[in-house]
Structure formats: C-alpha cells, structure tokens
Ligand binder design. Structure first.
Ligand SMILES: Nc1nc2c(c(=O)[nH]1)N[C@H]1C(S)=C(S)[C@@H](COP(=O)(O)OP(=O)(O)OC[C@H]3O[C@@H](n4cnc5c(=O)[nH]c(N)nc54)[C@H](O)[C@@H]3O)O[C@H]1N2
Ligand SMILES: Nc1nc2c(c(=O)[nH]1)N[C@H]1C(S)=C(S)[C@@H](COP(=O)(O)OP(=O)(O)OC[C@H]3O[C@@H](n4cnc5c(=O)[nH]c(N)nc54)[C@H](O)[C@@H]3O)O[C@H]1N2
Ligand code: SF4
Ligand SMILES: [Mo]
Length: 568
C-alpha cells in the first residue's frame, strides 16, 4: 500500500467508509470492516460534484485573497455578538469543527442543539450515562434485528450488508426496503412509538420475559415504568398505534430466547417529546435486559466520540441560540459552513427572509440553494485535498483522509481558514495539523458500559393523533438513497397512498400552521394512507415545518405537524 492514499468518505452517514486511491481511482478499503471493499452511489456522486473554484462577492468572481480581506474587514466592523456561526454537516470529518475555535474566541453567537438526532440523544442520556453504541461485534452476533424508525438498508447500507442474512422486524409507517425484507412489519402511526414500547413492555411482563437479573442489578424505577405501561387497556393501543395485537404476539414468538439488536433511527424522535419517546424505547430494551447481553443491544446515532478527546474544544462564554429557532435576520453577519439551511433548516420562509436581512458569508465546497442569498462565498478545499479523520455515529471504526490530490489554489481548508483568522485577530495559532490527526490514528476507541439504568418513571406526551382528522395528514420525511440530505439528486415530490384519491401528476397545495408550498404528487402504496411523505432534501418540504425546539435538547422537531392537501 502507498503511504499517502487514504480517503475517508466525509459525508454525513453512519457507515464512515474508508477508501484508498489506487492508480487514480478511489476504491473501498477491504481492511475496514464496514466498508468491506465497497463505496456507495453517494460517494460516486460526490466525486462528480463541480467544486467551487473562485470566491464570489456580490455575484462577481474575485480572488481568494480579496475574499479573505473582505471577511476580515467585515468581522472587524461588526460587533462580535451580532455575528452568528452556523455549521452544518456537509462534511463531518473531525477537522471541520476547527473553525468554531476562531468564532468562539472572536465572540460570535453560537448555536446549540441539533437539526438531526438531538431529541433521541437526550432521551438515551437521561437513562444511562455512557451514551455509546455497543461494539459492532454485538450486532454481528445478534439473531434478530429490530429496525425501529430507521431506514437501515439505505442510510447505513454497509452496516446492513454485514448482517443482511439475519431475521428482521421493522417498525415504520413506510413500507421501506428493510420492511419488505422483514419477517414482521409493524406499520405504525407516526408519533406512537412510545405507546408501542409500553405495549411491548406489558406483553413481555405477561409472558414473564423481562430480565429480572438486569433489572435487579442495574435498574432504577423499573416498577414505575411498568406501572405506566399498565395504565390503559391493552386493546386500546391497537387503534392508536395502528398495530394489530396479533403482530405483537408474533413478535414475541420470533424473539423468544434470541439475541436482539434494536437499531433505532431518527424517525421515532422528530417530535416535541422526542427525548421521552426514545427513553421509552430504551426502557423497554432495558426491561428485556438487552443492554447487557452477550450479543445485541440498542444502537442509535450515538455520540461518536468513543472516548476520543475533542481536539479543538475551548471554553468561551459566547451567547448560544437554539439552532431550530435561529433568526438569521437578527444578525449583522452570518457565517455558514458546510450547510444548506435554505433547504435543510426548518421553516424555509423564515430562513430566506432572515438571510435577506443579513450579510451572509458562505464557506463551502459547492454552490447550493443557500448561496443565492450569500453576499460572500469562500471556496472550501475538496475533501480529496485536505487531511482529516472520520469517526462514525453507527460503529466504533474510524477512517483517515490524507491528501490524494493537489488542491486548487483558490480554495482553503477549514484548518487554513481558522489559522488565517486567528492570526489576523491576534489569537494563538492552532496545534500542528499532523499532531491532531496522529492523536486519532494512535488512539483506540473506548467502549465503556453504563453502571445504572434509570427507567422512565413519568410520561407526558401529547399525541399528534388527537388533532388528526379525516382531512389532514401526518408529515414525514426520510433520507433518499441517491442523495445526502440536500446534496446530489433532487426529488421534490410528495408521495401519497392511492387510497388518498389523489393521482400521479396532480399539483397540490400543501399547508400547515407554519407555511405552505406546491408539490407534484407521486402515488406510492408503500406510504401509509394517513401520511404525506417527502424525501429529506426536498426543496419545499421545510416550508411546512416548525422553526421551534423540542422540549429537552434545543433540537428541531420536523414532524411535530399535520398538513392539509388540496388540489391547486
Ligand atoms: N443515502 C443516504 N444516507 C444517509 C443520509 C442521506 O441523506 N442519504 N443522511 C444521513 C443522516 S444526516 C442521518 S441523520 C441518517 C438518518 O438515518 P435514519 O435514522 O434512517 O433516518 P430517516 O431516514 O430520517 O428516517 C428513518 C425512518 O423513520 C421512519 N419514520 C418517520 N416517522 C416515524 C415515526 O413516527 N415512527 C417510526 N417508527 N418511524 C418513523 C421513516 O419512514 C424512515 O423510514 O442517515 C444518514 N445516511
Ligand atoms: N424536513 C426535514 N429536514 C431535515 C431532515 C429531515 O429528515 N427532514 N434531516 C435533518 C438532518 S438529519 C440533517 S443532518 C440536516 C443536514 O443539513 P445540512 O447540514 O445543512 O446539510 P446539507 O443540506 O446536505 O448541506 C451540506 C452542504 O455542505 C457543503 N459541503 C460539503 N462538503 C464540505 C466541506 O468539506 N467543507 C465545507 N465547508 N462545506 C462542505 C455542501 O456544499 C452542501 O451544500 O438536515 C436536516 N433537515
Ligand atoms: S455508505 Fe456512507 S460513508 Fe460509505 S461511501 Fe457511502 S456515503 Fe460515504
Ligand atoms: Mo443527520
């Protein structure tokens, strides 16, 4: 193997694949277990991207040096707290976070919370301290895999490939690929997963299947949790969750005496009480003792730090705003890195109005919808020409990126931009880049386990079904096989079940209490009839979503909304 030929896929994806440049081609590494010799269509799409080659100021191309001078001047003229640092996840290598170091020292307003997995993360943390995924080995040794609100075969196709011959159960309002391959598909009504978790807990107890030893040794408040599950008649769950009790019986027949892995995804927690919902699922898993079995366990988009130290963390007393509630218009300068808020941030109308009212600096690799509102565009160097390390939020393996291609002169990496700004403002410069990377190369992940589990002992969730009528629909979005959030291929359709009486090609106006937009209909009977489905990256879907935070973690709650559909 050549010494400098490693390429880590920088895309925001569970798999975190390792590639190798061999004779001008990048191939998936065979030594990296999840990559297993293959890269995916999105990686191929990434290689085909047209990268920004010139900086742009007010619509005109300028040199990189000129763009940096404008940035420095603007920052010097602006009150730091009136600037916002907004970073997305277009590239999730560890070196991408370096820019925050400068903006913290400078005094910018920073964001808190997440547009992604925050609610669920808070729910897991409330129950157990070490919020990490079990080792991959435990997934490989599981017998049954319960895919819960996760599009497993699409959003982590490599992890799926390693276990594709196992027995699957899927819990999802959509009949996804993995649902089709599953022995049991529970086509659940949105935002009722906590009820299903309670129902499963109740059944487990009736059949004497709970893990009494686990509960005795590690559990706190298991009785209170069980009491919540006993609070209402078993049959009443059928109507609310949409899941026949016969399927629940089939489920327990299937998992009896088996090692069970639960792969939880974003789907269960895109709601106001996302954290409680996740904690309910995690508590069911604890009731069954899954967290401490030889094989199986609970996986979620977890804290991918695995004991690695954050390389750039510095303490500041910067003002922080909740990311979903950000009002771009209330800042004099907004610095956006690796993000496309015009498509991916909740409430597109508010985003656009805000961006129009601020001086917007966009630092990214390609032009996207947000660039339309950017005053200054600074090209970031392609991932092929900068050093980085990728950790995964799905497993404990890391991958490394070396420089495999000469960079274009008119771009700079996140590390270079940060050092430049630190110097201009008289702050201490960064540690050597190689030193940071070698720390990751030379350290092994820590796979610590928790010592106590706090069961959920109080539940207060307002179900969406209370506001559901014949005339409105649940709004759901999920990731697309051929795109990465808003990057690459575009799909702006609304997908509806044929029983809704809409037809292919109908143009509809869809509205919610937060906004409205027009969509073309595609009929798809994989979608539950009470749902309107959109792919993440649909450029109009977020006109319908709330720019509000969940109850626990300052995070977005894209699906806390019902929508009306009318022919336009
Ligand atoms: N190809 C591809 N891969 C990706 C991405 C991509 O854009 N494209 N994005 C990456 C990113 S940023 C992330 S965060 C991960 C996320 O990956 P996943 O965790 O798989 O998240 P989603 O695709 O948003 O949604 C998962 C599933 O939840 C279902 N769902 C919706 N509402 C509910 C509900 O109320 N209950 C239940 N049980 N299910 C529900 C949806 O139908 C969907 O099948 O994927 C990563 N991987
Ligand atoms: N309705 C709805 N909205 C959602 C979701 C949903 O399921 N439903 N999913 C949410 C989730 S999980 C996520 S993670 C967010 C994602 O939202 P964002 O983080 O905004 O991600 P993208 O929209 O993919 O935009 C990423 C941009 O990063 C730029 N980029 C790529 N590589 C680099 C690089 O090396 N350096 C720099 N500086 N820039 C780079 C690309 O040009 C791209 O346009 O969207 C959220 N939005
Ligand atoms: S599966 Fe994910 S990590 Fe692997 S190459 Fe594709 S996008 Fe990158
Ligand atoms: Mo995400």
């Amino acid at each position: 193997m050549n010494s400098n030929n490693k390429v880590a896929c920088p895309l925001d994806c569970y798999d975190a694949c390792q590639g190798q440049m061999i004779e001008n081609n990048i191939k998936g590494s065979k030594e990296h277990k999840t990559t297993n010799g293959k890269l995916c269509v999105n990686f191929a799409n990434l290689l085909k991207e047209k990268n920004l080659e010139k900086a742009i100021y007010e619509g005109k191309e300028i040199s990189l040096d000129e763009s940096l001078n404008i940035l420095v001047d603007k920052l010097k003229q602006t009150t730091p707290i009136k600037t916002l640092f907004y970073k997305g996840s277009g590239n999730i290598g560890v070196m991408q976070s370096v820019t925050k170091n400068f903006f913290t020292l400078y005094g910018s307003t920073l964001t808190r919370g997440s547009l992604c997995d925050g609610g669920g993360g808070a729910g897991i943390e409330a129950g157990r301290t070490n919020v990490i995924n079990p080792p991959l080995e435990k997934l490989l040794n599981a017998d049954v895999i319960v895919v819960w609100g996760r599009n497993f075969s699409v959003t982590s196709s490599h992890m799926y490939n390693l276990v594709k011959d196992k027995t699957f159960v899927t819990i999802d309002p959509v009949c996804t690929d993995i649902a089709k391959k599953s022995k049991i598909h529970m086509q659940i009504n949105p935002k009722t997963d906590y009820e299903l978790a309670l129902l499963l807990t109740r059944f487990a107890h009736m059949q004497d299947l709970e893990d009494k030893e686990f509960i005795e040794e590690f559990g706190n408040n298991a009785d209170d949790f069980f009491d919540i599950s006993r609070g209402r008649p078993v049959v009443s769950y059928e109507a609310t969750t949409g899941i026949p009790l016969s399927l629940v019986n089939d489920f327990f027949d299937l998992i009896e005496n088996k090692n069970v892995a639960i792969m939880v995804g974003l789907g269960v927690q895109k709601y106001f009480e996302g954290s409680q919902i996740m904690r309910c699922i995690d508590s069911f898993a604890a009731f069954m003792g899954y967290h401490k079995k030889e094989a199986g366990g609970v996986w979620y988009l977890s804290n991918s730090a695995f004991g690695y130290k954050k390389p750039f963390e510095i303490k500041g007393n910067n003002k922080k705003v909740s990311i979903p509630k950000v009002d771009f218009g209330s800042y004099d300068l907004v610095f956006i890195q690796g993000a496309n808020p015009v498509v991916s941030h909740p409430n597109t109308k508010k985003v656009i109005e805000g961006l129009k009212n601020s001086f917007v600096v966009y630092f990214g690799t390609t032009l996207n919808e947000t660039c339309e509102y950017a005053n200054l565009i600074i090209p970031s160097t392609s991932f092929l020409s900068k050093k980085d390390v990728r950790l995964s939020y799905g497993h404990e393996l890391k991958s490394i990126s070396q420089i495999v291609k000469e960079k274009t002169q008119e771009s700079l990496s996140e590390y270079e931009l940060t050092n430049f700004l630190l110097e201009k403002f008289g702050f201490e410069k960064l540690k050597d880049e190689d030193e940071i990377i070698s720390y990751f190369e030379n350290h092994k992940p820590e796979l610590e386990e928790f010592e106590t589990f706090e069961f959920l002992d109080e539940l207060d969730i307002e179900p969406l079904y209370k506001q559901k009528t014949q005339d409105n629909f649940y709004f759901i979005t999920a990731k697309n096989k051929n795109s990465l959030n808003s990057q690459f291929s575009k799909d702006d359709f609304v997908y509806l079940n044929s029983k809704t009486n809409f037809k292919d090609g109908d143009i509809v106006n869809i509205s919610s209490k937060y906004g409205n937009a027009k969509f073309e209909v595609k009929i798809d009977d994989d979608i539950k009839e009470n749902c309107a489905f959109f792919f993440a990256g649909n450029k109009n879907a977020n006109y319908l979503t709330p720019a509000l935070e969940d109850e626990d973690s300052f995070s977005a709650m894209y699906q806390e909304v019902l929508v009306q559909i009318e022919l336009s």
